[in-house]
Design a protein around this ligand. Sequence first.
Ligand code: HEC
Ligand code: HEC
Length: 281
Amino acid sequence: MLLLAAIAIPLGLDLYLPVPEENPLTAEKIELGRRLFFDRRLSRDGSLACASCHDPERAYSDGRSVAVGVSGRIGRRNSPALINRGYGRLFFWDGRAASLEEQVLLPIQDSDEMNLSLAEASARVGLAPGEISHALATFVRSILSGNSRFDQFVNGDRNALSAEEQAGLQLFRGKANCTACHVGPNFTDERLHNTGIAWRDGRFADSGAGHGDFKTPTLREIARTAPYMHDGSLATLNAVVEYYNRGGNGNPQLDPELHPLHLSEGEKRNLIQFLRSLSTR
Ligand code: HEC
Ligand code: HEC
């Protein structure tokens, strides 16, 4: 009840947004979290806020292939879009954090990102680490995307998607097999899979959760979050669809759901058109 008072759940998303008992969702905490999210004091040299790498204009991603932290430190991974993460169960590309409350304190301390101790962060903003964690997690939980043209279509507006987009949706669910992993209101099974992205020259450039496994990301707002994949190695949706069409990068741990799709040029175009319909602007 409290939850519905503080936040409106957009069309197409699960009305039940899980919230931990010890960190109730309130409008005040969302606001405090929002301020912290844009606060550059959380980085050692004051050069970066969370929003530097998670830009609201790009659905909270940053347009770079991999993140750049304080003093120009180049990270290993792409800054993910922070969309509907309140429904998430695993955080980071390799799923190594189990809750948003745990996750949000890690970039502050990461030497490749903000590089600040929690003691120093607390002193600078006048909040205990637990309060910083609760507020940032609550703000991230409030970042929701639903109500795209796809959602309006599913909700009964048969004209919300063009004929090409509808054909793309059919491919997404059928021949292209995308829903094997990108499933449910948030287009993710919240599981780890090896799609071969990190496999190069006979080895894993980044072993992820051990066998080249990475978390299935949401596809909402996907047209706004290029470049794609945990290493930002695919620049466009076109490149992503070509990648899946050839069955990913073959490797000993490749997920059995990936195989060559034999899509025609027209089918590829329709699939991309459908993916674009998942953005709200
Ligand atoms: C220097 C760029 C950078 C900054 C600054 C940064 N992040 Fe991130 N963020 C990343 C990258 C890169 C990842 C993925 C890292 C990985 O998976 O190993 C990430 C992952 C995340 C995730 C996990 C998303 C998911 O789907 O699992 C959340 C949540 C998040 N960041 C929130 C924040 C918050 C809150 C702050 C500020 C305290 C912040 N980030 C600061 C680059 C950044
Ligand atoms: C076996 C599970 C699986 C299947 C099937 C699958 N995906 Fe993915 N998808 C993933 C995983 C896991 C990632 C992240 C991989 C990485 O970063 O290394 C991903 C990443 C993506 C991304 C990049 C998202 C981002 O934020 O960077 C797009 C776009 C995408 N998939 C679209 C599709 C489409 C379209 C299909 C169908 C043709 C499809 N996927 C089939 C699991 C899957």
